[in-house]
Design a protein around this ligand. Sequence first.
Ligand code: TEU
Ligand code: CA
Length: 533
Amino acid sequence: MDWWKDAIIYQIYPRSFQDSNGDGVGDIPGIISRLDHLQELGVDAIWLSPVYKSPNADNGYDISDYREINPEYGTMEDMEELIAQAKSRGIRILMDLVINHTSTDHYWFRQSRDRTSPYADYYYWSHGGPDGTLPNNWTGFFGEDCWEFDPQRCEYYLHLFAKSQADLNYHNPAVLEEVKDILRFWLDKGVAGFRCDVINVLWKESLDSGKKRLALTGQERYISWEENHRILRQLREVLDEYQAFTVGETVFVTPQQARDLCAPERRELNMVFSFQHMECDQYYVKWLKRKFRPKVFFDCLTRWQRELDWNALYLENHDQPRSIPRFGSVRYWKESGKLLATLLLTLRGTPFLYQGQEIGMLDFDFQRIRQLNDVESKNVDRLLRRFHVPQKLRWRIISRTSRDNARTPFQWDDGPQAGFSQGRPWLGVNHNCASINLAQQEEDPASIWSWYKDLAALRREREVLRRGEFVPMEAAPPLFAYRRRLGEEQLTVLLNFSDDPTRVSVQGSLLRSNYPRERFEGVLQPWEAVILE
Ligand code: TEU
Ligand code: CA
């Protein structure tokens, strides 16, 4: 019961994890060959970003067949082998469930182009206005319009993401039945559950134009409607037959909405990923970056810790730049990497680690837009061009926010292509791989990797770190301080988010510090993280 409350979950971006056959693309046999690494780290479950058949307009988030494995990644036998091999190491597999949209290559969509087909209403089709205008004024997540004209059907279809990701129409009950079958298909294969992609926007309440906004005009028509909850409860009926787990990726949710999505008695999701703490270094949209504001970050984390019984904790994923340059300090790379690890592994909730985070991987050091692959970056570049934003500024915006920052190949060792592939990788390997790689950190008891391993073990040992209550402490930023409490047991966590020493008046015997020290006397070094007993 509730295994996920004691778990640490590791996200794999299959394309960039490990290539086994030299074609430059990570694959499932590659993942199998690295399971020992994950077991040693202390991982209880793996969330696999999509491995289904896909034309890869959005690297697998555009699915063309939910029951097939993308041949680039291997075969269904490989997938079954991965599930079995992981299981024998006590590791569960979670699939990425992308059901807001399918690829326009999906059979359903191709049939849907014909108005007389049984699939005619699987998507949102609509006439434009009389003078060639779009059906409404919505704008999408990747910065473009949300409607694309299909010459065969002579209508527009809705796509909140890329052009080839058409939104499924949940007003048609047949669509939900299809999804239930897909769930059963994978649960029968032995997966433990799903990470549910943009799961709070499935239901479009109406297709009327929305209030004009800088980004995502139309969002109030589809974010977190009551019908969306009903859909989740229907999916839960299937999930319950297998006691399966779900974490929802939920855009723009407030703590109240998150509670409604994961209150146990409502039988919807087990937990959700919130985005609010990711907004502490931006103005309104992710492309407008500002200086990291520790106070906003701490207040946000504290608020979610207080208002939700259980959080899905994360600092990185495949959509976000790396955490050290963002919330830490490249100058204090090792110290701040360990401090962020401490934060992630001592809050209340289920920690999600993204591949490469455990060795402190940094943002991609690319130089030109054509080195990028991300559909979002390309769209944003096109959009900014349209507004005559000069090249230099465009590059500044995109290089800092591109999702490819976190998608470069995993750095296994200091050999060719960082041990990722014998061939030419689909996305460049970071040039820092000679100094940042797993092989080197495995040897070093003071490395970021060793620190993650140690804290994962500590979390397993100490119930207070898993189940204890979160108690915030009075502290002035850049210090973040809190306690975890369970019965008589109490741990204090002190985190100095700055390049300067910081004094505190807290006492206690030292359990861990990311600096070599015997005891703690009240002064935290730059980026020092301390756990007191
Ligand atoms: O992301 C959903 C989402 O909200 C994104 O727009 C996110 O805000 C953005 O990537 C940040 O730049 C999910 C997946 O995680 C993402 O990789 C997919 O591209 C997207 O859904 C569409 O499936
Ligand atoms: Ca390969």
